[in-house]
Design a protein around this ligand. Structure first.
Ligand SMILES: Nc1nc2c(ncn2[C@@H]2O[C@H](COP(=O)(O)OP(=O)(O)OP(=O)(O)O)[C@@H](O)[C@H]2O)c(=O)[nH]1
Ligand SMILES: [Mg+2]
Length: 137
């Protein structure tokens, strides 16, 4: 990013508040609530969903943390179920253009190794999401 572009972005951020919505999907025990609400060893499985708002700079993120039940089913077998569910979801027209791992040719994809427990890469994920969010207008 050039200096002029960076300056314009900074100027823009002074006047324009941005909002984005984010749905966290994943099987039970994936760590969705820990990511949005804070890490704890004793987490209660989410029933329904939680909604939280997180503000970083001039960007407000509305986070929809969806429950991943059935809640007592976590093993390697779930990986293939998770994969097919994700691909099924991404094939929906409403989600076209949303970043995913299915194809790296028509949208940007990023993969981070994160830990809510050790606060590893959480900020990097939020920064990436803000940078790549789709504008509603
Ligand atoms: N080691 C480690 N454990 C984690 C991490 N994040 C979450 N956990 C643990 O994983 C378990 C499940 O975390 P949750 O955040 O409740 O998972 P969830 O995806 O919201 O689960 P559902 O609400 O049932 O869909 C809890 O015991 C957490 O302590 C992490 O970064 N590292
Ligand atoms: Mg949860």
């Amino acid at each position: 990013m050039g200096l002029w572009e960076a300056f314009l972005n900074w100027l823009r951020s002074l006047f324009f508040k941005q909002e984005m919505e984010l749905s966290l999907i994943g099987l039970q025990n994936a760590g969705k609530t820990s990511l949005t609400g804070g890490y704890s060893e004793d987490m209660i499985p989410t029933v329904g969903f939680n909604m939280r708002k997180v503000t970083k700079g001039n960007v407000t993120i509305k986070l929809w943390d969806l429950g991943g039940q059935p809640r007592f089913r976590t093993d390697q077998d779930n990986l293939s179920i998770s994969k097919s569910e994700l691909h099924d979801l991404l094939s929906k027209p409403a989600l076209s253009g949303i970043p995913d791992l299915k194809s790296i040719t028509d949208r940007e994809v990023c993969c981070f190794m994160i830990s809510c427990k050790n606060s590893t890469n959480i900020d990097s994920v939020i920064d990436w999401l803000i940078k790549h969010s789709k504008s509603k207008s």
